[in-house]
Design a protein around this ligand. Structure first.
Ligand code: SAM
Length: 274
């Protein structure tokens, strides 16, 4: 019988943030797959856990995934961890999880810390809808292209960034996205934890470029036409129909327009009006 693949979140700073369940799973599995075995060993030693470790990082993900899957098929239970936080979120894990699913292996989440979510909830920005962008490319052209592609994004955006690149990234954001409200979550759960909130231009003047950081960026304001569209989609179908009829459209055109507004096939709308 197949073993299971446990995806175990580990702390992003403060070791007290590990869960009881994570400790139990790490104690009980046959093997732990770790991004950096030396790093994970420190965590295991802290909790008196002794387990065989194998390394698994971005560059070897594909090759190693097969070996790990074979072991699970032999009946071994395996936990995957990254250096900090949740595996698969800007960290190795995605390939192994995909392969395990293909092989009908149970993938079990062991939830815990994730820098993105904790930075978002303390940003004071809209949390109802958000987009995770992760790391921008280090290459200037790709970085600018990505920022240009999201400049009209109205949801709150989450970026990871390395300390030595953060100033350049903020300058690019200021140039492309405009002087938005942002929140920088620095060194979360550690001694120097800090949240710096304000306009990009203000933060550029005072940011201390040290420690791990997540940048939360407020979404773009909705355009008039987006707001109007949202209003139309709150109408009943009949109200929506009347709205376009008053504007002088005929039945065929109205059905097409309603379908476009609601992002559905026009036949669906047509059926409603037969
Ligand atoms: N998988 C991890 C997670 O679940 O958050 C993220 C790993 S990614 C390689 C590392 C990035 O996460 C850092 O560059 C930083 O942007 C963010 N990060 C990790 N720990 C953090 C912390 N304690 N405070 C602020 N940002 C952190």
């Amino acid at each position: 019988m197949n073993g299971k693949l446990y995806v175990v979140a580990t702390p992003i700073g403060n070791l007290d943030d590990i869960t009881y369940r994570a400790i139990n799973v790490l104690k009980e599995v046959d093997l732990i797959v770790a991004e950096d075995t030396r790093h994970t060993l420190k965590l295991l030693n802290h909790f008196n856990i002794s387990k065989p470790l194998i390394s698994y990082y971005k560059e070897t993900e594909r090759i190693k995934a097969n070996t790990i899957i074979e072991k699970i098929k032999e009946g071994k239970n395996i936990a995957v961890v990254s250096d900090a936080g949740t595996p698969g979120i800007s960290d190795p894990g995605e390939v192994l999880i995909k392969e395990a699913i293909k092989e009908n292996i149970d993938v079990v989440p062991i939830p815990g810390a994730c820098a993105a979510i904790n930075a978002l909830i303390c940003s004071g920005m809209k949390t109802t809808e958000f987009v995770f962008i992760g790391f921008l490319s280090a290459k200037s052209k790709e970085k600018n292209e990505k920022l240009n592609s999201i400049k009209n994004e109205t949801r709150t955006m989450i970026f990871y960034e390395a300390p030595h690149k953060v100033i350049d990234t903020l300058e690019c954001m200021l140039k492309i996205l405009g002087d938005r409200e942002i929140s920088i979550a620095r060194e979360m759960t550690k001694i120097h934890e800090e949240f710096i909130r304000g306009k990009i231009s203000e933060i550029l003047n005072c940011l201390e470029v040290k420690g791990e950081m997540v940048i939360i960026v407020e979404g773009a304001e909705k355009s008039e036409s987006q707001l109007e569209l949202e209003d139309r989609n709150k109408m009943t179908l009949q109200e929506h129909y009347d709205f376009y009829q008053k504007k002088g459209y005929d039945k065929k055109e109205i059905i097409k327009l309603i379908a476009k507004d609601r992002g559905v096939n026009k036949n669906e709308i047509y059926k409603e009006f037969i």
